[in-house]
Design a binder for this molecule. Sequence first.
Ligand SMILES: [Zn+2]
Ligand SMILES: [Zn+2]
Length: 592
Amino acid sequence: MTADTPPASLGWHRRFPRRWARERQAFGDHGWAHRVRYVDGGVEVHVDYPLPAAEDVAARTARLKVVYPRQSYPAWMPVQVFDLHDELGVTRHRDPTRGLLCLVHDADHDPTWTAADLLAIQLPKLVRSNDLTSADRLAASTRGLELPVAEPRTVYSAAPRRVVVPHTNIPDNIAGGALVLRQRIDRSGVVVTSIVDQILGPGLNIQNTNLDVLDSFPIVVTGWWLRLPSWDPTETADQLWERLSPALPALEVSGDKDPLIVEADPRVLTVVGLLVEDERDYGQPGPCWMFLLRVRTGTTRDGAPVYGTVLLAGLELNDSTSTRTPIAAGLADKKVAIVGVGAIGHHIAADLARTGVHRLDLVDCDWVDPNTRARSYGPVSHAGMSKTAALAEHLRGTALAGSVGSWDINVTRLFEHDADADTERNRRRVLRTLMDADLIIDATANPNATAILNAVALNRSPLLTVAGTPGLWGGWVALVRPGQTGCTECLAHHRADHATLRDSRWPTPPADPDGWTSPVSCSEPTFTGTNSEAGCLSHHASRVAIHHLAERRQLGGDYYVATLRDDQGAPTPASWRSVDLPPHPACENHHP
Ligand SMILES: [Zn+2]
Ligand SMILES: [Zn+2]
């Protein structure tokens, strides 16, 4: 930084005085009356913005307040413009409580525009979008203008949205009922997040069935819910309680206690769910959830209870995973088994669960060792637990998969009868699970396990196999499809051929010559390399799996080879080459 570049802690108008002069000049050039105010180290301009005369309205001005961001102007972030007195008359793109106008998205911001330019360009559009009649709606959407729907009020007036609600469509004729809410608190006793567990009413019983999620919400609060057509966003939580509480029936204190959950005493903590009419989805009005929570915070000197009341907005979970990822629709009936959930497999499991496969089965024989957590799922809190069970529990709470199963077995023993009845039953179930899967993913990095899985999948189901090379200098992914490609043993033959021929058309992943930290002969080699490098390979494998499952589409080949480092071990941008994987004439599996 040089002496004539003032530090960024100064307001932008002091760092860029010529730009500030141009900003002020621009308001004058438009002929708008304006006043500059220096406020708290920043700058504001109050503008009288002229509105044109309409059929029944005379020409007038709107008093707007233009607030410049303190430091980031003009490079980032548009100015904030407030229509404090609601004089533009717009119902959309104006926060009704603060009067803040929504004029430009960050991505559309042009740093060469002055604030006056921004007003001159955007305000006429904003005013015009508000005047659309219903006949204009279709045309408006094709012109890129907004439909005249009220801005969402809940978002502005009652952030944060900390009460999660399952996707509900409560019939219009049900006006209210009972509600069960569960809460999670942090170590200092503050409620972090609540989730609606049950919604009851005449002929209505909506139960959140995701018990794995509910395990983390130990406090149970009972209460009521009701429709509130007379919702007024300016009404405070206390005023709402005064208005609604006389009509609420008494709550009973439950007799039977579950020792694992804490039931809140309704005299201490109650909740009222409110269904209000608001912007449910973008541009779509509909019922939205608000929650009034009433907590006894203490007592007066004479022993009378003191209450605090808060209003929170509900966060409704979508019923469809494919809103944000349309390809997920093709996964909604697919079953995938992932064998090996270590450095590579845990990434793939998270990808597939998050993208929404119907059923995910995790197979491994390892247990959680927190010392492997640099490159694997291994929380200290789950040390010693089955690796698949721990990962499945984690995925159920965070992902969109229909269900996640976990199986504890060493797949190299998959075809060996076991004398122990329980172990034998488990073995048969795993075998059936693998045979039923739409795709088996082999992330074991163990050639013996790969051979077993190849035998299970042969002539039956697709098998995706993925592994990193020593040091994670590179890696490979192969998608073996019955009747269409060779198998994993064909792959070994092809590799051997091309290694002998030194055929440059056949890609070979680079490997660290000193990469193994345990002998190559060991069936469970531990290699060096970071979680992000394992992630590069894993996420490619996930993409191959997802496009195959949802669309029967290959990504330009069957065998993919990654390069993450050059031959000297210097890191490079990840690059992939791919080739087809035809059956090999020497493979016994195709030519008995
Ligand atoms: Zn807007
Ligand atoms: Zn083969």
